[in-house]
Ligand binder design. Structure first.
Ligand code: GLC
Length: 542
């Protein structure tokens, strides 16, 4: 089985990473041109979000052909070159499989629309009349999860955008098609796959109204999901690859099953509970400061719970759907550097495989847009409208978007302080934050105290120390709302990690026996005392 415990995965959002031809959008050649940068950082796996043909309603998560490259990103030759050049640098690629739904422009859906019953069976169509939705389920991007097709007299299910039609996994032909997609990409020599919202693939037998929720309880971690995953992994022969499933609103017990090696499903999973601790009443579009105690509790529960049953977490703060972590749980002004480093250490020294999202390693921040026309994301644009329909003023809605929009994570990678962050010679498809003149990769490359240097150290340490890649974890100071503290251990080594999650001093007592331990990592230059300074983190080894 592939070793994914001592590696760090770097996530690339191609549209915003590097533009090689000046059209304002990133592309595959752009990624290839930055492989030296990634090799220098030390990452050994790259997950790229989709670059397949797509009308781009949801930036590529609406795939219209699973086995080709969208011309906006380049050609199949460019992709093969990327794979080969990455391999020369000991970097493996992971592709993003969006198998819960296809774009409505996919050939299968087009045939379904034209009346072909075989292909209607690839999706979830329900007979009906335009005045009566099949169920009251809500789309994750707002509004009803069903769309009526008058020419067919049928509704189809879309848990996401109306142009993302859910596939019918109950149909064995669909499963076979998707296995072929995996076989196709595996043969290209890639190392792994990320499976988009893969715990939503198994829908219930009976479709009924959800009287207490938005419908998710009927299809999340659905009745056949484990069976479907096992079958797919076995038949497509991807059990030796690195696989990560994105699990939406999932449960710990299911994530154990998705990842415990005996189950032969996936290598690891993303779960998101810890990224909802600043959602007021669980609502993404309602702001509140992060509940740090809750954050600690969730990290503890998931780390210990997965460990107890031999499961494996992907550990992360950022991705293309999340605001930037330094703006969210850190302090992007007064303690920008300290808090970015502390947040990195908190995650990278845990049990699990860490993911770095492009720009996180240089402390990129949220964008701070002030007008709706600066936004590009379909979810943000939908919710701007919905928030106003629900009585918010435009300013209030913009304040919420500025904190929560997925576009926060989608601004161009800040390479240097020249035109458009050095991302493109043209006009970027989305406006970069103004701070790129200070916050950029070039400025941090030669600086040993930079956030990037700190990430580089963390990546190297994971390769060197078994206690980081393989050690067990135990949480300490559980009642303290300010300090995240844990111990990692193997038979030979022990690691103690203390992270002050707040912008205030926090007192700690270093546990007995650690007085003479080696200082492995620290984000302040001053000595470690019994007071942790704002966002201070320290790792001790013995
Ligand atoms: C996942 C992706 C997100 C996309 C959604 C629908 O959550 O990360 O970007 O919009 O799935 O495919």
């Amino acid at each position: 089985m592939a070793n994914f415990k001592n590696k760090v995965v770097y996530q690339i959002y191609p549209k915003s990473f590097c533009d090689s031809n000046g059209d304002g959008e990133g592309d595959l050649k752009g990624i290839t041109s930055k492989l030296d940068y990634l090799q220098d950082l030390g990452v050994e796996l790259l997950w790229s979000t989709p670059f397949f043909p797509s009308p781009q309603r949801d930036n590529g998560y609406d795939v219209s052909d699973y086995c080709a490259v969208d011309p906006r990103f380049g050609t199949m030759e460019d992709l093969e070159e990327l794979i080969a050049e990455a391999a020369k640098r000991n970097i493996g690629l992971m592709f993003d499989m969006v198998f819960n739904h296809t774009s409505t422009e996919h050939e299968w859906f087009q045939k379904a629309l034209a009346g072909d019953e075989k292909y209607q069976n690839y999706y979830i169509f329900k007979e009906g009349t335009p005045d009566k939705l099949p169920t009251n389920w809500v789309s994750k991007f707002g509004g009803p999860a069903w769309e009526y097709v008058p020419s067919l007299g049928k509704w189809y299910l879309h848990l996401f955008d109306v142009t993302q039609a859910d596939l019918n996994w109950e149909n064995p032909e669909v499963r076979e098609e998707l296995k072929n997609v995996l076989r196709f990409w595996k043969a290209k020599g890639i190392q792994g796959f990320r499976f988009d919202v893969v715990n939503l693939i198994s829908k219930p037998e009976i479709f009924e109204d959800d009287l207490i929720g938005d419908g998710r309880r009927f299809y999340t971690d659905g009745r056949h999901v484990h069976e479907f995953l096992k079958e797919m992994v076995r038949d497509a022969d991807i059990g030796d690859m690195v696989t990560v499933g994105e699990m939406s609103s999932t449960s710990l017990s299911n994530c154990v099953r998705y990842t415990a090696p005996r189950e032969k499903e996936l290598s690891m999973v993303f779960s998101f509970h810890h990224l909802k601790v600043d959602y007021k009443d669980g609502d993404k579009w309602s702001l509140m400061p992060p509940d740090l105690m809750r954050l600690k509790e969730l990290l503890t529960t998931w780390q210990e719970g997965m460990q107890a049953e031999d499961g494996w977490n992907a550990v992360f703060w950022c991705n293309h759907d999340q605001p930037r972590v330094v703006s969210r749980f850190g302090n992007e002004e007064k303690y920008w550097k300290e808090s970015a480093k502390m947040l990195a250490a908190a995650i990278h020294l845990m049990r699990g495989t860490p993911y770095i999202y492009q720009g996180e390693e240089i402390g990129m921040t949220n964008h701070h847009y002030t007008a709706i026309d600066q936004y590009r994301d379909v979810e943000s644009l939908n919710y701007y409208r919905i928030l106003m329909e629900n009585g918010k003023t435009s300013d209030e809605a913009l304040e919420i978007l500025a904190a929560r929009s997925r576009d926060n994570g989608r601004t161009p990678m800040q390479w240097n302080d020249s035109h458009a962050t050095g991302f493109t010679t043209g006009t970027p498809w989305i406006i970069p934050p103004e701070n790129y003149r200070q916050i950029n990769a070039a400025a941090q490359m030669e600086d040993e105290t930079s956030i990037r240097a700190f990430y580089k150290k963390l990546i190297a340490l994971r390769k060197e120390l078994d206690v980081i890649s393989d050690g067990r974890i135990e949480f300490l100071m559980r009642q303290d709302p300010r300090v995240l503290a844990y111990r990692r251990y193997t038979g030979e080594q022990e690691l103690l990690v203390l992270c002050n999650l707040t912008g205030e001093d926090a007192s700690v007592s270093v546990p007995a026996g650690w007085e003479n331990a080696t200082l492995l990592l620290h984000n302040y230059t001053s000595d470690l005392t019994n007071i942790l300074q704002p966002y201070e983190c320290v790792a001790l080894l013995k």
